[in-house]
Design a protein around this ligand. Sequence first.
Ligand SMILES: [Zn+2]
Ligand SMILES: [Zn+2]
Length: 264
Amino acid sequence: MENFKLTVLGTRGSVPVEGKNFSIYGGATSCYKVQIGNEEIYLDAGSGIVSALPKPNSRITILLTHMHLDHLVGLPFFIALTQKDRPIDIYAAERVGLMPKEAIDRLISNPFWPCKIEDYPAKVSFHLLPKKFFIGEVEVETLEGSHPKGSTIYRLSYKGKSVVHATDFEHNPEACEALANFAKDCDLLLYDAQYTAAEYERYKGYGHSTPEEGIKIADKAAAKKLIFVHHAPLRTDKELAEMENTFGLGDKISFAKAGDEFFL
Ligand SMILES: [Zn+2]
Ligand SMILES: [Zn+2]
């Protein structure tokens, strides 16, 4: 059986940050790499994808949750795009009436960027996200989350092990119920905990959640491990460590740090 490995390449929400206050949990935005055998599946293409070094013989797939900049800003700098004829498959849902490539074309084109995605040496294919499909032997299931203009939640399963990626998710009774069912018995649940409960009162409707809500959903889903992601941009290492002291539970509940590796 091949290893099922998830690496945190970037876990910051909203915008990349830099400096000594962010060196432990990391300042790069949303990107997680799932590796199973020759499959390299990237969950989002935030600035974290810039530090990814894909293996020469791996098959690259990028699963985008939505088109907000923090989930996409690394894409023009992804090293695999510069590799001649390298196949890269990008999946995303239609958002605000735009097909995946139409949305990407708005960002990767003049005046924001000097070329278009088809000008890169790699062979990029865009796919409208099916509800359920396979990448090799990896099963991919999707659920529409709760976020302004939408965000896709992914469940990746391989030989009885699974990871659920629920970023840019705001709790409400209906969405929490749906997510708990979708994440049932998963091995790893990545959950948006951008806000503290007090902050959330000021930012209702912004599309993010809290550790307290994540714990409730993880309990209901009987998720084996819960990892909080999408850290607020100005949340320092010290503050994140304090939150981890409050909510963390050994290796069962933690706050994602750039470079973390999880083996399922
Ligand atoms: Zn985001
Ligand atoms: Zn978003």
